[in-house]
Design a binder for this molecule. Structure first.
Ligand SMILES: Nc1ncnc2c1ncn2[C@@H]1O[C@H](COP(=O)(O)OP(=O)(O)OP(=O)(O)O)[C@@H](O)[C@H]1O
Ligand SMILES: [Mg+2]
Length: 282
């Protein structure tokens, strides 16, 4: 059995704001295996984005254990975590977060700068990845010269150019019209199937969630259900292969049972652990 791509054990995340504590996550345990296709659903404010940030090493838990690519994030310095993130994780957000004054190819090449890849090879790999998302003819366009769907495809190419184990997508079609969103979704699904990158996607859309092989429902900072499904049937309904008795706070695959962690208190989780490379420029 291979190492899980990401593993969370009893993870808490408490935000302190103006003297008020908000526990956005209250003891979440889950394992994401290589190549999975997971939909994360839940009401607004339930903790989905908080969970994605943690799974991607953009943030650290206030309590619990988080292991990314076999490495426990609590043992890592901020630069080490940034490196791990660069090697292991790709992010796609609802707002595409592209550098505005930078061409598509250079946006996609940026994560490779942090890998020490030479300029020529960066451009070659970025151009090839843009080709895979159907944008081989738009290499030198800047974001404002691209449609929304094209911009999101650039963001997907940027997320995948480093060949990460996991692609975390937080409402990737949220800013797109339904036809464009569908095309982006099909692209993500194709890349998951072809390259074996695990795809973890937050969505508000039940029909979209039904297409994933696994659905995780988050509510009030807890996992309420975590269920596997067959490939969706042609009617899109999807037949459950296993189904937790919902609602349930029982994780599907927590390994080990660490002690409970109180929310917050450590102060170690305040502040970001480093911004994504494309967020600190321009
Ligand atoms: N930086 C922060 N400081 C304080 N509270 C925060 C912060 N980020 C999120 N929260 C709070 O944590 C809770 C979970 O937020 P989160 O963004 O994870 O929700 P979500 O499930 O992604 O919601 P949505 O579907 O609206 O995107 C919310 O109550 C939110 O107000
Ligand atoms: Mg969110």
């Amino acid at each position: 059995m291979t190492v899980p791509a990401v593993e969370a054990v009893d993870v808490w995340r408490t935000y302190e704001l103006d003297g008020v504590s908000v526990s956005a996550l209250r003891g979440v345990s889950l394992t994401i295996d290589q190549g999975e296709y997971v939909a994360v659903i839940g009401p607004s404010g339930s903790g989905k984005s908080t969970l994605m940030h943690l799974l991607g090493g953009l943030d650290r838990p206030s309590g619990g254990r988080l292991v990314i690519g076999g490495r426990d994030v609590t043992t890592l310095t901020a630069p080490e975590l940034a490196t791990l993130r660069n090697e292991t994780i790709g992010f796609v957000f609802q707002a595409f977060h592209l550098l505005a004054r930078t061409s598509a190819v250079d946006n996609v090449a940026l994560p490779l700068v942090y890998r020490g890849v030479g300029a020529r090879q960066r451009r070659e790999r970025a151009a090839a990845m843009l080709g895979r998302v159907g944008l081989g003819h738009r290499l030198h366009h800047r974001p404002n010269q691209l449609s929304g769907g094209e911009q999101q495809r650039v963001a997907i190419a940027r997320a995948l150019v480093t060949e990460p184990a996991v692609l975390l997508a937080d409402e990737p079609t949220g800013n797109l019209d339904s036809a464009t969103g569908e095309a982006v979704l099909e692209l993500l699904e194709r890349l998951n199937a072809e390259s074996g990158v695990a795809l973890v996607m937050v969505t508000h859309d039940q029909e979209v969630a039904a297409r994933a092989h696994r659905r995780i429902a988050v509510r009030d900072g807890l996992i309420r259900s975590d269920s596997l499904h067959d490939r969706p049937a042609s009617d899109g309904s999807g037949v459950p292969a296993t189904l937790d008795p919902a609602p349930s706070a029982e994780p599907r695959s927590a390994s080990g049972s660490g002690p409970g962690h109180p929310p917050g208190g450590s102060g170690g989780a305040t502040g970001a652990t480093g911004r994504l490379p494309w967020e600190d420029a321009g």
